[in-house]
Design a protein around this ligand. Structure first.
Ligand SMILES: Cc1cc2nc3c(=O)[nH]c(=O)nc-3n(C[C@H](O)[C@H](O)[C@H](O)COP(=O)(O)OP(=O)(O)OC[C@H]3O[C@@H](n4cnc5c(N)ncnc54)[C@H](O)[C@@H]3O)c2cc1C
Length: 484
């Protein structure tokens, strides 16, 4: 410990080091000197993802003064745009489904229109060592395995039907379900290797997590939040139904434009201090004094903020137990969508490859063809720290396994390693293991004094999705309005 940091608590030392590293004046220095921060607003919103931006939009419309403090140098959070072969595409969240009405309404309000996901032709499935082509939404397993899969889906749907999102811990059997992982449930209840493997693959595809890491209650809650397993995993009519030419991210950018100077970038919040009269929020861009705070960052990232007084044990415990899933998203451009010429839809589900699933991602703006896919869960963890050139080679090798040599000649390639993104550290969503929702669940949404919690993880519907983020932002804005 240096002379200068002697006498400081461990947390103070960390704060001083973090601030020195950011090269800024000490956040809250004005307070330390006995002065109130000069900037005052009615509400401070932390995070400029869809939850934060919609919360701020609602509050500004209701006549409140707001600042949105965003750690990153851009808005959008887990949505982000990238350029691929001259087209602006999404390298984070992208799809929208018909029951995701809040995202659809917001898109309409900003003049952004979705187009259907391309689904013509055959999908490919390669699970449990058996390859098949199939059409539509019923996966091409062998008949006996499909029967077991169908029974598992029916049971999942029935049990999810007993859950009221976003409070799965209130279900009658919550404690029993929360004592299991999806993996233990699969081993006890799904007597077919390929059906189990398909469900593991689907868990990776919808939660970027391994079945062994996910509480069975959490999975049921996720299904309930989406209105059923069908809406969650289906392309046509489900969460992968449509996408936005020019990106979904542009909606976030348009809201931020509307909010203008109220959005402050490169402003990671390091401390939230509450007293009887209000709250002081300290960031790398200085401190703000306010009446209410809406924290929209996912629980694991919220745990990296210091709180004074310290958070209640339940809330702090929750934030220690809700890791984000692991995901790397990749989009490739080709001179032509050659798979379409082979009668293929572009969609591949495989347990043989590390990369996958993948889909056609053509829109009317796409010149040539494009594919989008993911490393999810354990494969994302395996590949996140490898050199980008190795990842690219692996993606191309995996696609070529099913689409042939033409897949080896992309004209462009972009990727985002979300697991390493400094201010997101993963995606698509935070995933609690066993015991967390029943032990700590209520702390996900219950305000702590003047601090309100939002973010897709807290949504009453479509938790984990952009639509859920919007719903949570709007709910938190209502909560603040009621308490003002
Ligand atoms: C690869 C990928 C694919 C996805 N695909 C889809 C899809 O197709 N459809 C769909 O609906 N959803 C999809 N999702 C999920 C969707 O993107 C998220 O659910 C949604 O964007 C979450 O929004 P949010 O506002 O709740 O949180 P975030 O977007 O995470 O916003 C939180 C913000 O807080 C900021 N922040 C963090 N710490 C601090 C701090 N200390 N101070 C200030 N700011 C901070 C972050 O930088 C971030 O901007 C996907 C996600 C990923 C990663």
């Amino acid at each position: 410990m240096s002379e200068g940091t002697k006498g400081l608590s461990r947390r103070d030392t960390f704060m001083a080091a973090a601030v020195a590293a950011a090269g800024t004046a000490l956040p809250g220095a004005a307070l330390a000197a006995g002065k109130a921060p000069s900037r005052k607003v009615d509400v401070v919103v932390i995070g400029a993802g869809f939850a934060g931006l919609t919360a701020a939009r609602e509050l500004v419309r209701a006549g409140r003064s707001v600042v949105v403090l965003e750690a990153d140098g851009r808005v959008g959070g887990r949505t982000k745009a990238a350029m691929l072969a001259g087209e602006r595409i999404d390298i984070g969240g992208q799809w929208v489904g018909p029951s995701q009405t809040r995202l659809l309404e917001l898109a309409k309000a900003y003049g952004v229109t979705p187009v259907p996901q391309y689904t013509e032709g055959d999908n490919l499935i390669d699970i449990g060592g058996r390859k098949a082509r199939y059409r539509g939404e019923v996966p091409g397993l062998a008949p006996a395995d499909l029967e077991v899969f169908g029974a598992a889906v029916a049971r999942l749907e029935a049990e999810a039907g007993q859950i009221t999102a976003p409070r799965p811990w209130l279900a009658k059997d919550a404690k029993v379900w929360d004592a299991l992982t999806v993996e233990t449930w699969l081993q006890a209840n799904v007597p077919s290797d390929p059906a189990r493997e398909l469900i593991r693959t689907l868990i990776r595809a919808v939660m970027s997590s391994e079945a062994v890491d996910v509480s069975y209650l959490c999975f049921l809650g996720y299904i309930a939040s989406a209105g059923g397993l069908g809406p969650l995993i289906s392309t046509r009519g489900g969460a992968q139904d449509s996408l936005f030419p020019g990106s979904v991210w542009q909606i976030a950018a348009k809201i931020a434009d509307e909010l203008g100077g109220a959005v402050v970038l490169d402003a990671p919040v390091s401390r939230i201090a509450q007293d009887e009269r209000g709250v002081t929020v300290s960031s790398a861009k200085g401190a703000w004094r306010t009446q209410r705070v809406i924290v929209t960052v996912p629980p694991a990232m919220a745990a990296r903020i210091a709180y004074d007084p310290p958070l209640p044990a339940q809330r702090d415990g929750l934030t220690q137990r809700m890791p984000l899933g692991s995901v790397i998203k990749v989009v490739l451009a080709y001179a032509r969508p050659f798979w379409r010429e082979q009668g293929l839809s572009g969609m591949v589900i495989s347990d043989r490859t590390d990369f996958g699933p993948w889909f056609d991602r053509g829109t009317p703006l796409t010149r040539g063809g494009a594919l989008v896919g993911f490393f999810d869960g354990a494969p994302a963890r395996r590949w996140a720290d490898r050199p980008a050139t190795e990842r690219r080679a692996k993606v191309i090798e995996d696609i070529a396994l099913y689409f042939g040599d033409e897949a080896r000649r992309p004209v462009d390639y972009v990727e985002e390693v979300w697991t390493r993104a400094p201010w997101q550290r993963g995606g698509y969503v935070s995933v609690p293991g066993p015991g967390v929702l029943t032990g700590f669940g209520p702390a996900l949404i219950e305000p702590v004094g003047r601090i309100h919690w939002a973010g897709t993880e807290t949504a009453e519907a479509w938790a984990g999705y952009i639509d859920g983020a919007i719903r949570s932002g709007e709910r938190a804005a209502r909560e603040v309005a009621m308490n003002a």
